[in-house]
Each structure stands twice: as structure tokens, then as C-alpha cells.
Design a protein around this ligand. Structure first.
Ligand SMILES: NC(=O)CC[C@H](N)C(=O)O
Length: 378
């Protein structure tokens, strides 16, 4: 049997954090250099969905699960057309992928797509460091990019910061495309693509929604040209403080049913007049406990966010679009995980009801969106 060691093989690699700490390991995926914001993800499964989530654009993802690549890489689970992570950090890569759907190894796929990674480092120590010091810039270097640590550190410090980064247009579709409803078409939704994942329109389509996925720069005229029953704001990379709120405010002013996920929650929050801020190290994983305060129920949810909305938990807020409240909260740290308007049909969550491979506790939120659209018609 051939054991795949393609791409990286055993070439030495080094990961250098902007505070000067470095970790030595072996190249994984493509050989070369890469820069980004170092963040850690605690999911034990779903790495293919993580890698292809456009919200990870410009982030170097550290996996806390010690063994990555076990199920290889298949042709079905991508959330978008390519791998978006800027770099990938694993402790112990699978030597032999094993799954009936696997078509190639994760290592080969990373190499094929030119994604530079590193393996064989103590990802627990790295995660503890990021947890104590916070997310920060990082570089991974292998092959001819290797140099003295001081030289590499200077290059890491030249890389752009995540705070202030305006990235949606870099990942979003350039042209509108339509995801048809499965079965009878009941609703039309205009989805603003800020970095949308494929599972989101798929789950709407399954519920009889025809989804028009539009560029991040779509105007209100373009949105309303399809006569939407509702508007959707997607997830996406970057700092929500950089987003132009004109279109969202217009949608709110027209009282069109509105649903936002993650980045969509942050920009709905900003349109309502709340601030957003950068969390110390963010939430990235698939077992985050969130309470739906409208029902009291706790759900286990998938997260990928580094920013959060700054809204009061203990009172209803007056906004230019009526009263708003925090509908969901993370039980680990009380971070705002959802918003809802009380005087018009608009709500959003900071986490991922579309999560693939799961968990699926939050899928009810798509039905809540449908109820709002039904309510508006009645
Ligand atoms: N998944 C997302 O939409 C992420 C939103 C934003 N870029 C953040 O890091 O908080």
C-alpha cells in the first residue's frame, strides 16, 4: 500500500506569531509561505466545510482536534468553489484517508489548491497561547521561504490586520445566480452574498424558497427587482464595521422580512445602531451552547466568528426601526448570538443554522424566517 506523503512530505516548516513565539513542524499541503490571522477551531469533524467556508478568508486555522484528514477529501461537502483558509495548522495528519466518499487526501487537496500548511506542532500549546494572548497575525513558512526567525517575524508584522478589513467583495459572487426551490415554489428570497456557504440556499430551497444570490454590492433596486418576499444577509469574512449599511437600512425601512446569519447579524446590529467589537479569540467550533431567550431552549450550535454585536442583554432597545432585543446568547461567555426586532419582521443569529456537517439544532430558524414571510403576506 502507498502511503501518501505528497506535497509537503517531511520538509521543515515554521509558524511565527506576531508576538514572536514560533513553532517548528513539517510542511503540510503546499510548500511556500502564507500570512493571516491565527484562529483556532475546536470542531472534531467537518474540516472540509471549514476549509471551504468563505468566512475564513485571510485566516490561518489551527485545528485543536489532534488528528486531521482521516476522512480524506470528497466531491460533495465543499461549501464554496475553493478552499478559503489562508493557511492550515494540524498536529498529526492522517497517513491514510479512509472513507467511502474520499477521492483524495486532504494533504493533496491543500497542495493542489496552493494552500500552505504546517503539521507536527503542538496545537494544544498554540491554542492555549492564542486563548491567553488573543487572535493575532501569523505566518507559515517552508521551502525557500525559510529564513531567520527575526526576518520572518518582521514579515508577519507587515501583514494586514483583521480589524478594519473589508473582504466581502473578494469572496462574493460577481453575478446573481438563482437556486431554484425544491418542489413547489412558495417564496422568493433575495440573498446578499457577503461570503455565503452553499448549504444556506440549499436549506432555503428545500423549504420551497427560490433564492436569488446577489453580489455583495447589489443595490436596493436590484434586490427589489426580483420582488422578494424576504431578504437574507449571509455570513462573510472581515470586519462588519467596514460595511456600507445603505441597502440594509432601505430593507428595514420597507419592513421586508429580513434574516441574517453571522456577518449578517453583525451588520443588522450596526444598521440598528449597535456597535460591533472584536472578541479576544472568537468562537469557532461545532459544540457552542446558545440559549434562545424567546423560548428558553438551549441548542448546540456551530460558530465561526471573531467579532460580536454590542447590545444590552437586559433590556429592550429603541432603534430607528422600532424596538429590538437580544434573542440569543452564548452560554459560555454571554456574547450576543441573536437579535430580533419587535415591531417588524427582522431577526438574525451570530451562529450557523445551516451548519454542515452539523449540529442541526438551529435549523428551525429557517422555518422562523418562513413564518415571517407568511405573516407579511397574510
Ligand atoms: N462567519 C461569519 O460570518 C464571520 C463574521 C465576521 N467576519 C467575524 O469574524 O465575526
Amino acid at each position: 500500500m502507498t502511503i501518501s506523503t505528497r506535497g509537503a512530505g517531511q520538509a521543515p516548516a515554521v509558524l511565527v506569531l506576531e508576538d514572536g513565539r514560533s513553532f517548528r513542524g513539517r510542511a503540510y499541503g503546499a510548500v511556500g509561505e502564507t500570512f493571516g490571522e491565527a484562529v483556532f477551531n475546536t470542531g472534531m469533524t467537518g474540516y472540509q466545510e471549514t476549509l471551504t467556508d468563505p468566512s475564513y478568508h485571510r485566516q490561518v486555522v489551527v485545528m485543536t482536534a489532534p488528528h486531521v484528514g482521516n476522512t480524506g477529501y470528497n466531491d460533495e461537502d465543499d461549501e464554496s468553489a475553493k478552499i478559503w483558509v489562508a493557511g492550515y495548522v494540524v498536529r498529526d495528519p492522517a497517513r491514510v484517508p479512509s472513507n467511502w466518499r474520499s477521492r483524495r487526501s486532504l494533504d493533496d487537496e491543500l497542495a493542489e489548491q496552493g494552500v500552505v500548511g504546517i503539521s507536527g506542532i503542538d496545537t494544544r500549546a498554540l491554542t492555549r497561547h492564542l486563548r491567553e494572548r488573543g487572535a493575532m497575525r501569523v505566518g507559515i513558512f517552508s521551502g525557500s521561504s525559510l529564513a531567520d526567525d527575526a526576518v520572518l517575524l518582521a514579515r508577519v508584522k507587515e501583514a494586514p490586520q483583521m480589524k478594519g478589513a473589508d473582504l466581502s467583495a473578494e469572496v462574493a459572487t460577481k453575478e446573481t445566480y438563482v437556486v431554484p426551490a425544491v418542489g413547489e415554489k412558495k417564496f422568493t428570497v433575495a440573498a446578499i452574498d457577503l461570503g455565503i456557504k452553499g448549504m444556506t440556499p440549499a436549506l432555503m430551497a428545500e423549504r420551497g424558497i427560490e433564492v436569488h444570490v446577489m453580489p455583495a454590492t447589489a443595490s436596493a433596486e436590484e434586490l427589489y427587482a426580483v420582488h422578494p418576499d424576504g431578504v437574507f444577509l449571509s455570513n462573510g469574512p472581515g470586519d462588519p464595521a467596514t460595511v456600507d449599511l445603505t441597502v440594509i437600512k432601505e430593507v428595514l425601512a420597507r419592513k421586508t422580512p429580513l434574516f441574517g446569519i453571522c456577518f449578517g447579524n453583525q451588520i443588522l446590529g450596526r444598521a440598528l445602531g449597535f456597535g460591533t467589537y472584536k472578541l479576544k479569540y472568537g468562537h469557532r467550533g461545532i459544540n457552542q451552547p446558545v440559549q434562545d431567550r424567546t423560548t428558553g431552549k438551549v441548542e448546540v450550535t456551530a460558530h465561526n466568528h471573531g467579532f460580536a454585536v454590542d447590545a444590552p442583554l437586559d433590556k429592550v432597545s429603541d432603534t430607528p426601526f422600532g424596538r429590538a432585543e437580544v434573542s440569543h446568547v452564548c452560554l459560555n461567555d454571554q456574547v450576543v448570538e441573536g437579535l430580533q426586532l419587535l415591531d417588524q419582521p427582522a431577526f438574525s443569529v451570530q451562529y450557523h443554522p445551516e451548519a454542515a456537517a452539523g449540529p442541526h439544532d438551529a435549523a428551525y430558524l429557517f422555518d422562523r424566517f418562513i413564518s415571517l414571510m407568511e405573516g407579511q403576506r397574510a
